[in-house]
Design a protein around this ligand. Sequence first.
Ligand code: TRP
Length: 375
Amino acid sequence: MERINPWESFQVKDYTKLMKEFGIEPFGKFSSKLPDAPAFIRRGAVFGHRDFERVYNAMKKKEKFVMLTGLMPSGKFHLGHMMVAEEIVYLQRMGAKVYLIVADIEAYNTRNQRMEDLRKLAIEEYLLNYIALGLKPRNCDFYFQSARSKDADKSNAYYRLAGMVPRRTTFNEMKAIYGELTPGKIVSVFHQVSDILHPQLREFEGPCPVIVPVGVDQDPHIRLTRDIASRMNGNREAEFILPSSFYHKFMPGLKGGKMSSSDPTSYIALTDDPETVKHKIMKHAFSGGANSIEEHRKHGGNPDIDVAYQILLYGLEPDDRKLKKIHDEYRSGSLLTGELKQYAIERVNSFLKKHQERMEKARDRIDRFWKVSSF
Ligand code: TRP
């Protein structure tokens, strides 16, 4: 059986096989049913889920549900990160109570970062962008794993749960799920399990549906959390509704492969200026076009592997009809690589211009989410 290691860059070769192996359900039937969903969801980039039905029903009936996800601040906030942000903002709009976690304990223990630096990054890069993308302070609980809450009852409940979780798993089970472990990884896992389950404690919301939107690299945590929740239920220690999840594909990096904050030529940051965007797309974006104009005109290009096209597909071209036109013209060869890149550059830059203005305004709103002085 294949293993997913959430601490190593993980790339899926075959989604169908992966879903079969781990028991992830296809998301297809929901993709078109979610009202006003971000374009990439409509277009199938969210491919799989566990128990999403439960959350979907709560959403439809306007019953209480929680949307919860976490981030490890790693550098510049880029287009790849934007997908999760859009999911969060969308679910908040659909009525979710948002729990947004900065996994600083995890980042501290599994990466070579200083606590102060990663906290600063979390606010300056991530939170600021979330706000600019539409996150609202109402119904939003933004916290750090190392600083859960100023309310002692809440804070105690979160750390108590993290301290009780280990009893409901074994070292062998964890090795089977994660492969090689370190003390830091083990501690991170217990915090993450508590992250996902604690909204259902009586100090927070009580039992309710919880949706965790993540990349599929996080599925090992979801599986373990669901197992631990059932065991705690079985021992009458809790009444957790098993948390649901859904998984998105990642927007490809400019050169193909992953968009990674450690390689600036692989990503477009939301703070990049128009010249940088132009340079990155022109110089680095992998092209699905043919080798010469003549050949391209004759045989056409392949949008499925063309990164400029993929950027549009993942949301930078929200208009489905325009996207289809681009797709068909590129396939047929009437649209050239240079023209497609030029179009993608325009779309990205016009989005970034507005976004960067919103980021400036977002600065004044940071303290509605988090008072930095409270560390
Ligand atoms: N492990 C996640 C990451 O690598 C961060 C995280 C911490 C998280 N707690 C979480 C994600 C709870 C989802 C739910 O990015």
